[in-house]
Write a protein that binds this ligand. Structure first.
Ligand SMILES: [Mn+2]
Length: 314
């Protein structure tokens, strides 16, 4: 089994943000990018930024499509926190499909239409997730789901299995966590001192303000805008952070690390070489149910073309 940090494809790329089960959105993105319905292009290849699954209409279908592209060497995909949670056997709001169960909004009559996974296919899906790298790199470009933190990435260069290494670090972190009664500090050690968690769900800091609920858990910590301190010459492309194409109409309850005034299509960081490509497709099915009167959803699926540095939305 190869290491968790691997070489990124050479040549022109289309880097696809968090799909979250939106198979039809992925197909329309392919069309806009000039790929055929199978995801083939005569001169370009696809990079998926992780969080292929959960919340959308057809997570099994997205996995099937991306897995065959990866096998044909036409795509690469890094692991997101949603794949990681399933590998760890965690049940979270949005991943009911994997366990063969329906997902409802708070109102139990609001069923989110989703394809469910037959239990006979669970181990196949786990096998695919377990084969994914955590980061990809080449001379001019780096790819990760949530956060390019050099010391975390360097530790991952010597590791081969994300779930195994995550559990190893959980054990090591147990003593410092038990040594404090401060619940915020405990949460920060648990997250920031675990390289697998850092790269798949980002660095965190103490949250100033009332606690909020996200992913079914009460949070006392919030996401760090790590790209604001990213000064490496290599460009970095990532997903995870729920951008909105219209920043004043954010959908996520998670406090935004971008601020209200950001232009979501301009590069981030002091060197203008960090790019977030997650445009909240994970909120799309819920948004369509909650606001049926709107023709267009705020949430969408995005790709960043490289080297063109152009966004394409679907
Ligand atoms: Mn994510």
């Amino acid at each position: 089994m190869p290491y968790l940090v691997r070489p990124l494809f050479s040549g022109p790329l289309d880097l696809v943000g968090d799909v979250h089960g939106g198979l039809s959105h992925l197909q329309s993105l392919f069309e806009k990018l000039g790929y055929d319905p199978q995801g083939h292009h005569p001169s370009r290849r696809l990079i998926f930024l992780g969080d292929l699954v959960d919340r959308g209409e057809d997570s099994p279908g997205v996995i099937q499509l991306v897995r065959s592209l990866v096998n044909e060497n036409r795509a690469q995909c890094v692991m997101g926190n949603h794949e990681l949670n399933l590998l760890l056997g965690k049940e979270r709001p949005g991943n009911e499909w994997f366990y063969g169960k329906e997902q409802f909004l708070e109102d139990p009559h609001q069923l989110l239409p989703q394809k469910l996974l037959p239990s006979s296919l669970q181990s196949q899906v786990e096998q695919f997730f377990n084969s994914l790298p955590l980061a990809l790199e080449r001379e001019d470009l780096r790819v990760v789901h949530a956060c390019w933190d050099s010391s975390s990435i360097n530790e991952l260069r010597e590791q081969k299995e994300a779930a195994v290494f995550l559990r190893e670090r959980n054990k090591i972190n147990k003593a410092p966590i038990l040594a404090t009664n401060d619940r915020t500090l405990r949460a920060l050690i648990d997250q920031n001192e675990n390289p697998v968690k850092v790269v798949t769900s980002g660095l965190e800091q103490a949250h100033k303000g009332p606690p909020f609920v996200a992913g079914g858990k009460q949070r006392k910590t919030t996401r760090v805008a790590w790209w604001a301190g990213y000064k490496d010459p290599q460009a970095v492309v990532f997903g995870h952070y729920w951008r909105s194409r219209t920043p004043l109409e954010r959908l996520s309850v998670v406090p935004s690390p971008f601020g209200d005034e950001d232009n979501p299509f301009s590069p981030l960081g002091p060197l203008n070489n960090a790019w977030c490509v997650d445009f909240s497709n994970g909120h799309r099915a819920e948004e369509a149910l909650r606001r049926p009167e709107r023709r267009d959803t705020v949430a969408c699926l995005a790709a960043l073309r490289w080297p063109e540095q152009e966004f394409v939305l679907a």
